[in-house]
Design a protein around this ligand. Structure first.
Ligand code: ADP
Ligand code: MG
Length: 699
């Protein structure tokens, strides 16, 4: 159901309006009046005739017409009655400011559920309870107790914390930053973050969606929708707190390395959401995304009146992985013809300490025409002759005439640049306290553009033997076995097109030697027990056995040693395996996040995974490009490509392995966690081998 009445109500009832200064019911009423809201306001209060000069009603029914929106501020125990009244008179949109529900425990939770039940039956949408309210600048609706109505702007904000919203409003006011609307979502008993992101996506006054979230109600749905919306409007999120995923003890390498933070990172990367670390950064980003065009590429030019500031910017550009724009011959000639001889004509372009506004204006105009420039950062330090205000006006004029490239400003200082900054704000030119802040913003915009321009995601499907996998998993689940050991994990992998070492199970030394004879030497012996997850930890792996005698000896030694280390483990025998040709050992893994689904992992493999932690994650299902991107996000990638005269390995084959694994875990939601470690890869053209694997399943 549409949330339109929250944005543009023709009339608002304030249930619990108060005459007493300092009470929420008073603050909200005075905020509504002071902000100049043009619709009708109906204060509702049983024991007052007028409040702030407005006629007061004892209850909703006595108003005699149906308010589009009701704000509810009465104590928790009366709220249900108010919602029932809303149902009776036909008010469909309600903001419950009152606290004392789910957040206080079982009793509050029951009350909240009862309210939602009544609301659902009557088709009422509820924001809150336990929230700060709603602010919409276009309709001058300040239905909140967060402070004054902010300036009009292109950012629509939603916050899971009312207090954070108050801080945001205050910061925005001090910096003259505008909003289209702000929503405090409180307990999100009905309207949740996704509803609001969707509403802001279709709100014509909102250019950028920003928010502060602590949890996401439906992870999968959120990713899907955010991915769709991000193509039209950037989504900037601050996220704190974790999910339950990290809390559960993990038995796989992948599980122990994937926390809830990783899941959120993956979700943001998939959906094109821009993550912000602080309110300051979020404002830095929001003012640029809302008011400036997006850069076409990563080439940044710096225009400055001071060498030092230029160097700071240059350092930041390098740190953020952006490109220092190389200016064209034509640009340099034009600059040379009009700037003083001492000026630096190359990036950073230095118009010198005595530059007046006209020099900035000329140089900015020339730079914006250079096809090798994607964005401009204008730095200004207040020196003796500097015209901060005039320069700001010059920037405004120039960008109005040439509006296709983003221009950021960093006027450094305080009182001497204050008026200039005021002009920049007026002209919607983002102003930053430091070159770093501006450059980080350009980086965020560049990343976003890259995400938006990536080709449509196409996930490749490989022909596989699903039936086989299904029967192995079913058999384990029927017997209530959660762990699938090495031998059967490999059967599963084979069904999905992986190569595994040949081998069989032996229960005696002679049997082991016989198998080894058939396989051919050298062979590997591995302990076979459902209770031992990491075999080498307990002396349960012996590689490079070259003769039947060595196999027999290794068998006896293993049967003697392993039980000493793990007296309670049920040991079934050993696995005799062909020895794979040497190669690089990598790990391919998956951990299923309860909110966002399968997280794929790639990294440096072997027994040191947890120590080195050189791993990358991505949400399944993976495309070929994403699989390769995962590889590139690790340091291991450099080694795999070949370093110091060593030959590189088959990168494509690893990417294919990741995609096959991604298909497996997508098709079998029973698989909770799994590792292929090591996945041994050799030279290009050779087949990589899944040497060890383990899978854990759940119903
Ligand atoms: P675990 O991880 O339970 O300790 P693995 O089967 O992964 O046991 O074996 C540990 C290490 O032994 C591997 O990382 C690999 O270096 C080596 N290894 C195991 N099996 C083979 C094999 N068939 N061929 C070559 N090396 C192997
Ligand atoms: Mg292993």
């Amino acid at each position: 159901m549409s949330l339109e009445s929250f944005f543009d109500p023709k009339s608002v009832a304030i249930v619990g309006a108060s005459r007493q200064k300092g009470k929420v019911g008073y603050e909200i009423l005075t905020n509504m009046v002071a902000s100049g809201y043009e619709g009708k306001i109906f204060p509702v209060n049983r024991s007052a005739d007028t409040v702030e000069g407005l006629k007061c009603y004892p209850d909703l029914k006595s108003i005699g017409e149906t308010p589009d929106l009701a704000l509810v501020i009465v104590p928790a125990r009366f709220v249900l009655g108010v919602i029932e009244e809303c149902a009776e008179i036909g008010t469909k949109s309600v903001v419950i400011i009152t606290a004392g529900f789910k957040e206080i425990g079982e009793e509050g939770k029951k009350l909240e559920e009862e309210i939602i039940r009544v609301a659902r039956r009557a088709g009422i949408r509820i924001i809150g309870p336990n929230c700060l309210g709603v602010v919409v600048t276009a309709t001058k609706l300040n239905a909140s107790f967060g402070g004054d109505l902010p300036a009009v702007g292109g950012t629509g904000y939603l916050s899971q914390s009312g207090a954070m919203l108050a801080a945001i409003l205050d910061t925005a006011k001090a910096n003259g930053i505008g909003f289209s609307s702000l929503f405090s979502i409180g307990n999100k008993a009905d309207v949740d973050e996704l509803d609001l992101v969707q509403a802001l996506a279709s709100d014509p006054n909102t250019k950028v969606i920003a928010g502060y979230l602590e949890s996401i109600t439906d992870g999968n749905e959120f990713v899907r929708e955010a991915e769709r919306i991000s193509h039209d409007k950037p989504i900037l999120l601050m996220k704190s707190g974790g999910t339950a995923a990290g809390a559960k003890a993990a038995s796989s390498h992948t599980g122990s390395l994937a926390g809830s933070e990783v899941a959120y990172e993956c979700m943001f990367a998939r959906a094109g959401i821009i993550r912000c670390d602080s309110i300051t950064q979020q404002f830095d980003f929001a003012q640029a995304f809302a008011n400036q065009p997006l850069p076409k590429g990563a080439n940044v030019v710096v225009l400055t009146n001071a060498g030092g500031a230029g160097i700071m910017a240059a350092d930041a550009i390098e740190r953020q992985g952006l490109t220092f724009a190389k200016l064209s011959e034509k640009t340099i000639e034009q600059l040379a013809a009009n700037l003083p001889a001492a000026a630096n004509l190359h990036n950073p372009v230095d118009v010198l300490g005595d530059a007046l506004a006209d020099r900035y204006e000329f140089a900015l105009d020339v730079l914006l025409d250079d096809p090798g420039v994607d964005s401009v950062l204008v730095l200004l330090t207040p020196q003796a002759m500097t015209e901060a205000q005039g320069t700001a006006e010059a920037i405004a004029r120039t960008t109005q005439a040439k509006p296709d490239k983003p221009v950021m400003a960093c006027f450094m200082g305080a009182s001497k640049v204050e008026e200039g900054i005021g002009v920049l704000r007026e002209a919607k030119i983002p102003q930053y306290d430091s070159p770093e802040g501006a450059v980080t913003t350009i980086r965020a915009m560049t990343d976003y553009v890259r995400w938006r321009n990536q080709p449509k995601r196409v996930v490749k499907l490989f022909p596989v033997n699903r039936r086989k996998v299904e029967s192995i998993i079913e058999r384990h689940l029927r017997k209530n076995m959660r762990e699938i050991g090495e031998a059967e994990s490999k059967e599963i992998l084979e069904a999905y097109g992986f190569a595994t070492p040949k081998g069989s199970i032996a229960t005696t030394a002679d049997q082991a030697a016989n198998i080894a004879d058939q396989l051919g030497y050298p062979v590997v012996l591995k302990i076979w027990s459902p209770d031992i997850l990491h075999k080498s930890d307990v002396g349960g792996v012996k590689v490079g056995l070259k003769s039947a005698q060595q196999v027999r000896d290794a068998f006896d030694l293993m049967m003697y040693r392993v039980p000493k280390k793990m007296p309670n483990a049920h040991i079934l025998g050993v696995l005799v395996q062909e020895m794979c040709a040497s190669g690089r050992e990598v790990i391919l893994g998956m951990h299923r996040d309860p909110h966002f689904g399968p997280l794929m992992m790639f990294g440096m493999g072997g027994v040191m995974v947890e120590v080195l932690k050189d791993v990358a994650f991505y949400l399944a299902p993976l495309t070929g490009d994403e699989a390769k991107q995962m590889l590139m996000n690790t340091k291991t990638y450099r080694i795999l490509q070949g370093v110091r005269g060593q030959e590189g390995v088959d990168i494509e084959a690893i990417a294919e392995g990741l995609q096959r694994l991604s298909q497996l875990v997508t098709e079998f939601p029973q698989i909770q966690e799994m590792d292929i470690n090591p996945f041994v890869v050799g030279l290009p053209g050779t087949t990589p081998i899944a040497v060890d694997a383990r899978i854990s399943v759940e119903k």
